[in-house]
Design a protein around this ligand. Structure first.
Ligand code: F6R
Length: 611
């Protein structure tokens, strides 16, 4: 989704901004641009396509010397993917340049009013309206940050913005409402960005800008005010991230690197938290509200996409082993239905980025109802992590590929930890707790044994790559994994895939089965094994090709399925952590064999900060 970088310091801004945009590329975008304040005018360049195209254009035009500038990667919402619609946008008077993430809901009204005053618009975007609005206000209010403040008072919608003006060349004004913005405070320099990745190279001193706040940076420092004109005093905090992690190394794609690091993601999620001897989990981030958690009446889990599927696995675990009723919701639905909260209900948001608009809106809805809110979040300092009452960090490291992989297994591992944490405080026996904890500690090594057989899955994937439709089936704990397998395949290979609960096949999807419609059936030897075997038989009776994900040693299944990929035996509730690994590999190898941009699938964005 859209990305913002802005720089004010002593160095040439253009290369820093381009580098910053490259660091944001993983979020997904379709065009990019920069504007740098020069001694005599503004260096503005925009390009459709990759940041490399923009970089090329900037290089061809020659040196840009200025040391203050703003830059943007755009993910089209209002208006097509054209250079004219790419940011930065300029007001017609020529002095003001602006970049924007988010959506301005009342831009049509503002635009028509400004047009009637003579403003001429060059793009189809909602963003351009804010630039003209600031310009209009500046006829009466000369100070840029004050004009921005008054303009934002008229705007309805979501935004992260950064603004510069030719007539105040040593200043950047940035503001946030529902779209993340971070200020990096270096030595005599500032870098503002929509996520931490462009800032990490410069400094680890950061300030998170909150909704409704405006930050102004000049060579002499930064100043934060609210849109209501209240002064805010906030010191930088230390951002805890390693730069080296955001590197593909020798891997052809980040996705393969991230799938390969799934065992580490589970290790890092459980390190120091799993207490095998007492069959328990130590979760420092939620201990403060332990009493409320023990007394929970119902847990409302809310998330989107892959994170929602991690929540779906959690629903099975927590209900079966902790005895806590769970209600699972998609963020996009929760915020619009009228959820009923009872006494002692708890809300739990799961989000890798911690910035997903629908999850965030649902969290705020829950907060309004005075419910205790918890979060399972990967990005440290993200909005969900800051707005929940308590939570558990995933510690999975930055996930760069748009399609989530290591973050998913890390979330599922945390669901298992939560199950122990709640279960052991609500009557789960020591023996059961110990068994779960011990088996969970063995999962990373099991995952590694699967990943050592990557080539085997690559060969299987090659046999299935030419099919155009897939059915993914799983039951109980592996039903969410069937959905995840289908989601991953469709999002990175653009092949139609449907995930279904195995038992639902006979209620519809079986009509599609023939020799050209393969099924991937997750059928480990668990409590629903026999039922999955019946489903495979039904598919084979209709000549449908079957790839089974099965438990090591299960020779019978090989007689039925066309292909089998084996996974080690583990506790039923933990099989999702193993069965998902071959499915992630399957999707990866099919997409890679088609030469697709695996890490940045078309139309997708890493963190979906608009509704
Ligand atoms: C799919 C994928 C998305 C995200 C979803 C939620 O591979 O990555 O479905 O899981 O957009 O994102 P977060 O977890 O950042 O809230």
């Amino acid at each position: 989704m859209c990305g913002i970088v802005a720089y004010l310091g002593k160095e040439r801004a253009a290369p820093i901004l381009i580098d910053g945009l490259k660091a944001l590329e993983y979020r997904g975008y379709d065009s990019a641009g920069i504007a740098v304040l020069e001694k005599d005018g503004v260096f503005l360049e925009r390009a459709v396509g990759k940041v490399a195209v923009l970089e090329d254009k900037v290089a061809k035009r020659g040196e840009s010397e200025g040391s203050v500038g703003i830059a943007h990667t755009r993910w089209a919402t209002h208006g097509g993917v054209t250079e004219r619609n790419a940011h930065p946008h300029r007001a017609c008077g020529g002095a003001i340049y602006l970049v924007h993430n988010g959506i301005i809901e009342n831009y049509k009204e503002i635009k028509s009013e400004l047009k009637s005053k003579g403003h001429e618009f060059l793009s189809e975007t909602d963003t351009e309206t804010i630039a003209h609005l600031i310009e209009d206000i500046r006829k009466d209010v000369s100070v840029l940050e004050e004009a921005v403040r008054l303009a934002l008072g008229k705007v309805r919608g979501t935004y992260g913005i950064a603004v510069v003006s030719e007539d105040e060349p040593e200043k950047i004004v940035a503001a946030r409402n529902f779209s993340p913005l971070i200020l990096g405070v270096g030595k005599n320099e500032f870098i503002i960005a929509s996520d931490a990745t462009p800032i990490m190279k410069f400094t680890n001193n950061v300030i998170y800008i909150n909704d409704g706040e405006i930050v102004t940076v000049t060579p002499s420092g930064y100043r934060i005010r609210t849109i209501g004109n209240e002064e805010i005093s906030r010191d930088p905090e230390v951002l805890d991230l390693e730069i080296g992690i955001v590197d593909k190394g020798n891997y052809p794609h980040f996705l393969l690197k991230e799938i390969d690091s799934e065992p580490d993601a589970v290790r890092d999620a459980t390190r120091g938290r799993l207490e095998i001897g007492s069959g328990n989990a130590k979760l420092g981030g939620i201990e403060r509200v332990e009493d409320e958690i023990v007394q929970v009446n119902r847990l409302h889990i809310c998330a989107c996409g892959t994170a929602y599927l991690a929540g779906a696995v959690g629903e099975y675990m927590i209900e079966e082993y902790a005895g806590v009723p769970v209600e699972l919701d998609l963020g996009s639905e929760f915020r619009y239905r009228k959820p009923i909260f009872e006494e002692n209900d708890i809300f739990l948001a799961i989000s890798q980025s911690g910035e997903t608009a629908d999850t965030l809106a649902s969290l705020r809805e829950a907060k309004e109802k005075n419910v205790l809110t918890l979060g399972v979040v990967n990005v440290v300092g993200s909005t969900v992590s800051r707005e929940t009452d308590a939570g558990v960090y995933q510690h999975a490291g930055p996930e760069i590929s748009v399609a989530s992989s290591k973050a998913f297994v890390s979330q599922v591992a945390i669901m298992a930890l939560l199950t122990l944490f709640m279960g052991r405080r609500r009557g789960m026996s020591l023996v059961t707790g110990e068994r779960i904890a011990k088996e969970l500690s063995a999962v990373p090594a099991f995952m590694e044994s699967i990943l050592r057989r990557k080539e085997e899955m690559k060969k299987i994937a090659a046999r299935y790559a030419s099919y155009t439709n897939f059915l993914f089936l799983g039951r109980k704990y592996n039903y969410p994994i069937a959905l995840e397998g289908a989601l991953k395949l469709k999002e990175i290979s653009y092949i139609h895939a449907e995930g279904y609960a195995s038992g639902e096949m006979k209620h519809g999807p079986i009509a599609m089965i023939d020799e050209n419609f393969p099924s991937v059936v997750i059928a480990p030897q668990d409590s629903v094994y026999e039922k999955n075997i019946s489903n495979i038989q039904e598919i084979k009776a209709r000549r449908g090709p079957v790839l089974a994900i099965a438990t090591e040693g299960d020779k019978d299944i090989a007689k039925l399925a066309d292909d089998v990929f084996y996974i080690p035996k583990t506790l039923e509730m933990l099989t999702p952590l193993l069965s998902v690994v071959p499915l992630h590999l399957f999707a990866y190898y099919i997409a890679a064999s088609k030469g697709l941009d695996v890490d940045k699938p078309r139309n997708l964005a890493k963190s979906v900060t608009v509704e």
